[in-house]
Write a protein that binds this ligand. Structure first.
Ligand code: NAP
Ligand code: MG
Length: 492
């Protein structure tokens, strides 16, 4: 054995150069109180509207948040209108693009802080926020920055112009990424925005407000109003809003669709899902196991496009489940800020109870409930162990309804036709995965699925250049790619 001598230069180097701090050690102070961002100013909001936001991993209070009422929403919309008329709507695209590039770079520079805040606020592991959410957030701004001066080529032969003031309402599962998906295309196309974050995850949006100010984005181009459903409803109802972009539950999507009917407001809806993961016998099975786990457990299943239904070809079902269980036993559940954590906390106590309720419903309807036992689930905080429901029927509640938790319903099939029929037997149509090494089967099945997105031998893969969105009760309109520009453009 070669022993390293004390004079070995790499040893000296190691002693002399401290490693960069791990992101979870990065100081990311949580403000005691969050207000709103209106007309380029951070405003405290009304004292009487304050509510508490909790840290999912501990259940302890994290900060106080003000809720905007209709009057504050009106101030935000007025600021957005004025910024649209005065500066942003008429600014040359190349100039707007510079702001977006600046925002993208600043997000990269502050990505560690943002990742820590996101993990504390949402409950998802730092590995996810640091390695998935934040890079995608920056990538979205970079991507749409590139479109700002090329809009005349977005729809060949047509002149385009911005729609006006966009009201954007987002959920808690990807707080900053959903903000980026909404803001980047809206700003690139010359619209101004009033954004409403989810009531349980306001932190990173308000830090983004700081970044927008650092980038010297003209006041009023982006306004952020915090609050719960009533704040969202006030934004939807405001007559000064030209377009509503919503991501959230199908239920609230329906309410907004009804509320805006006849108003002339444009709508895009990204709603719920009940994604199928179809695994054929000829798939690369270990790869498929990883994909299934990524699709439903790495985000505690709090992903609209989660592969929450597993369809396995009958001949390999037992063996595949064995492998899956063995892999689940190796997952670490716990502190989202520990970089070894695979499964973090659910976002809120309501979400925790909802997921537990669904597991109970599954049990009552005859499902066998299996939860890995190798890693103990923390007692404090909103944790649910990765759960498999086997012995379920196509008609069971847990197979039909979106659970939005780390709960996987397992079904089997014998032929590609049966797989397609079962996968399509849902009111949703957001995302699906197909696992097979046979390309002809892959294409045949992928094209037959009623799903806005189909991943081939993969799961939960995103790219800003690739459109994302649903069919049927999963919504309408696309975000990402060139298609993501259209909802924000008027064609002349
Ligand atoms: P949610 O309850 O529908 O809330 C989404 C947003 O709408 C939140 O900001 C919410 O405020 C606000 N809101 C609630 N009631 C409103 C109303 N009457 N008018 C206007 N706004 C209102 O959904 P969630 O529970 O936060 O998120 C989970 C759901 O989102 C899941 O069903 C998931 O599938 C879906 N989702 C879909 C996509 C996609 O791209 N298709 C992406 C992510 C999530 P509060 O925070 O106060 O409730
Ligand atoms: Mg919170």
């Amino acid at each position: 054995m070669n022993q390293q001598k004390p004079s070995d230069p790499t040893l000296k180097l190691r002693g002399a150069l401290p490693l960069a701090p791990a992101p979870e050690r990065c100081p990311a102070p949580v403000p005691e109180r969050l207000g709103h961002f209106i007309g380029g100013e951070v405003v405290p909001g009304r004292d009487e509207s304050l509510f508490t936001s909790y840290e999912p991993a501990t259940g302890e209070p994290l900060c106080q948040v003000a809720a905007a009422d209709a009057e504050e929403v009106d101030r935000a919309v007025t600021a957005a209108r004025s910024a649209f008329d005065r500066v942003w709507g008429g600014m040359p695209g190349a100039e707007r693009g510079k702001y977006l590039y600046r925002i993208a770079r600043r997000i990269q520079e502050r990505s560690r802080e943002l990742a820590v805040l996101e993990s504390r606020d949402n409950g998802k592991p730092i590995r996810e926020t640091r390695d998935v959410d934040l890079p995608l957030v920056a990538a979205h701004f970079f991507y749409y920055a590139g479109w700002a001066d090329k809009l005349d080529y977005a729809i060949p032969g047509q002149r385009v112009r911005p729609v006006g003031v966009a009201g954007q309402i987002i959920p808690w599962n990807f707080p900053l990424l959903m903000a980026a998906w909404k803001l980047a295309p809206a700003l690139a196309t010359g619209n101004t925005v009033v954004l409403k974050p989810a009531e349980t995850t306001p932190l990173t949006a308000m830090m983004l407000a700081e970044i927008l100010a650092e980038a010297e984005l003209p006041p009023g181009v982006v306004n952020i109003v915090n609050g719960a459903g009533a704040t969202g409803a006030a934004l939807v109802d405001h007559p000064g809003v030209d377009k509503i972009a919503f991501t959230g539950s199908t239920e609230v999507g329906r309410i907004i669709t009804r509320a805006t009917a006849g108003s002339g407001k444009r709508l895009t809806m990204e709603l719920g899902g009940k994604g199928a993961n179809i695994v054929f016998a000829d798939a690369a099975l270990d790869q498929a196991v990883e994909g299934v786990i990524d699709g439903i457990f790495f985000n505690q299943g709090q992903v609209c496009c989660a592969g929450s239904r597993l369809l396995i070809e009958e001949g390999i079902a037992a063996a595949f489940l064995d492998r899956l269980k063995r892999r689940i036993e190796t997952l670490r559940i716990g502190d989202p800020l520990d970089k070894n954590t695979d499964v973090g906390a659910l976002n809120s106590v309501e979400q925790l109870q909802r997921v537990q309720r669904y597991i109970e419903i599954g049990r009552r309807q005859g499902a066998a409930v299996w939860q890995g036992s190798a890693c103990p689930t923390p007692e404090q905080g909103y944790f649910v162990a990765p759960t498999l429901l086997t012995g379920v029927q196509q008609t069971d509640t847990v197979v039909r309804e979106e659970i939005f938790g780390p709960v996987l319903s397992v079904l089997t099939f014998r032929t590609p036709d049966e797989a397609i029929r079962k996968a399509n037997d849902t009111e949703y149509g957001l995302a699906a995965s197909v696992w097979t090494e046979k390309a002809s089967k892959l294409f045949e099945v992928a094209h037959a699925l009623n799903s806005g997105v189909v991943w081939a031998n993969g799961a939960n893969l995103f790219d800003p250049a690739s459109p994302f969105g649903g069919m049927r009760h999963s919504g309408f309109g696309r975000e990402g790619g060139i298609a993501g520009l259209w909802p924000y453009l008027e064609i002349q």
